[in-house]
Design a protein around this ligand. Structure first.
Ligand code: NZQ
Ligand code: ZN
Length: 387
């Protein structure tokens, strides 16, 4: 295990009906809010009315930024920053999934910066502060509700870039599993693939040791494998939704990367795909992950991949290469069983652009990843296999 610092400033309010505490929580930070939400699911589900009621009954005024898209755009961020400035907003409240939360985070940071918020992503400026951020999570997937990251797309440049800053931690997040009952099957599946991918990116580490973190990671993977099919078949199953929700949060709040180097190669490849084709993040990850695993399987990586196969999929056998391969096939079959696409063609990617994608992914850094160590030719081989 390597040395590490670990600190989580986000207060989690988990469980049924915690939304009634929203107004009280917001008031700790002020009484003028920017309410950020997506394409309207919160209006259809009635959550919008509950949020407004809680704000109103606590004397909190609000302005709204609606229509934040999946793979959120920098244009929405700019709009939000202007709304905050024009209305002296004191807290940015995200009600939605990872896209809405990420957008809210960069709005909050953008208010403190005179220039264009895209500067943060291209390293022209550092985030030095942000308005307080609060979230009401409606989809189990990204972990953004308890982490310091945000991912934003720029349509003009065709880029989707991520950033991390301690100023981006939400002050509080309300996690009511019943708010995810309405998440459609495909989004439930994509969210699960995203959660599992977050675990993989940290579990498949070149750092030796870390027994405790590995066992936690395996528990999270098993939780996803057990509960995702239940949540898809029975969308109102509270235990299934609650377990997926909490797993999504703890899978990417920093806990699993304590004491180790992490990979993130698959995420970097996926971000280029969802920047160019607006593919759902979790769908892209589900397609790529088994191909990444197959590509990096070697005498060096086989013991860990076999460990995964034995402990998560209960595969028995002495030959690490064989056991690892069986675990990889189980992973691919599981994603397909959730109804996720199996190749890039199915999600509209053009074969003629694979080279360009490999260039983009490796433009700033080679090799990519830590466990996997991918050069441009490796990335291209994975994209071709996934096509
Ligand atoms: O826009 P609305 O109408 O709200 O509908 C959304 C959207 O269409 C819908 N939805 C959300 N909650 C719902 C619901 N529909 C019915 N009932 C509900 N309760 O689901 C769709 C997808 O929402 P989105 O927020 O895009 O999904 P997700 O949470 O998967 O977020 C994906 C984004 O987060 C980024 C991804 O790259 C992508 O841009 N990521 C953020 C990370 C982070 N901040 O740490 C890490 C991740 O690796 C990831 O990159
Ligand atoms: Zn992800």
């Amino acid at each position: 295990m390597l040395n590490f610092n670990f600190q989580l400033p986000t207060r989690i309010l988990f469980g049924r009906d915690r939304i009634s505490e929203l107004g009280k929580e917001v008031r700790k930070y002020g009484n003028r809010v920017l309410l950020v939400y997506g394409g309207g699911s919160i209006k259809k589900t009635g959550l919008y009315d509950r949020v407004i009621e809680s704000l109103n009954s606590n004397g909190i005024s609000y302005v709204e930024l609606s229509g934040v898209q999946p793979n959120p755009r920098i244009t929405s961020v700019r709009e939000g920053v202007k709304l905050c400035r024009d209305n002296q907003v004191e807290l940015v409240l995200a009600v939605g999934g990872g896209s809405v939360i990420d957008c809210a985070k960069i709005i909050a940071a953008g208010v403190n910066y005179e220039g264009d918020p895209w500067d943060f992503f291209i390293h022209n400026a550092r985030i030095t502060g942000a308005l307080p951020i609060g979230t009401v999570l409606t989809l189990a997937a990204t972990g953004s509700e308890m982490n310091a990251n945000a991912v934003i797309s720029n349509e003009d440049t065709g880029q989707k870039l991520d950033i991390s800053s301690r100023h981006l931690y939400p002050r509080f997040s309300i996690l009511d599993p019943t708010l995810t009952f309405t998440v459609p099957p495909l989004q439930t599946a994509a969210g699960t693939a995203d959660i599992m991918s977050h675990v993989f990116e940290q579990y498949f580490s070149p750092t030796p040791g870390g027994f405790i973190v590995d066992r936690m990671a395996e528990a999270m993977l098993k939780t996803c494998i057990h509960y995702a099919p239940i949540a898809i078949a029975e969308p109102n199953d509270y235990e299934a939704r609650a377990n997926l929700m909490w797993t999504g949060t703890v899978a990417l709040n920093g806990l699993l990367s304590t004491g180790r180097e992490t990979d993130w190669g698959v995420h970097e490849i996926e971000h280029v795909i969802s920047a160019l084709y607006d593919v759902t993040h979790g769908v892209g990850l589900a397609i790529l992950t088994p191909h990444w695993m197959r590509h990096i399987l070697s005498a060096r990586t086989a013991p860990k991949l076999a460990d995964y196969a034995r402990r998560v999929w209960d595969i028995v056998g002495d030959d690490d290469m064989v056991v690892a391969s069986l675990g990889i096939e189980k992973t691919a079959a599981f994603f397909r069983s959730l109804g996720l696409a199996a190749n890039l063609r199915e999600v509209g990617v053009e074969e003629s652009r694979l080279e360009e994608m490999a260039d983009q992914v490796t433009a700033n850094r080679q090799p990519l990843g830590a466990f996997g160590q991918l050069n441009r030719s490796d990335v291209l081989a994975i994209l071709r296999a996934a096509y």
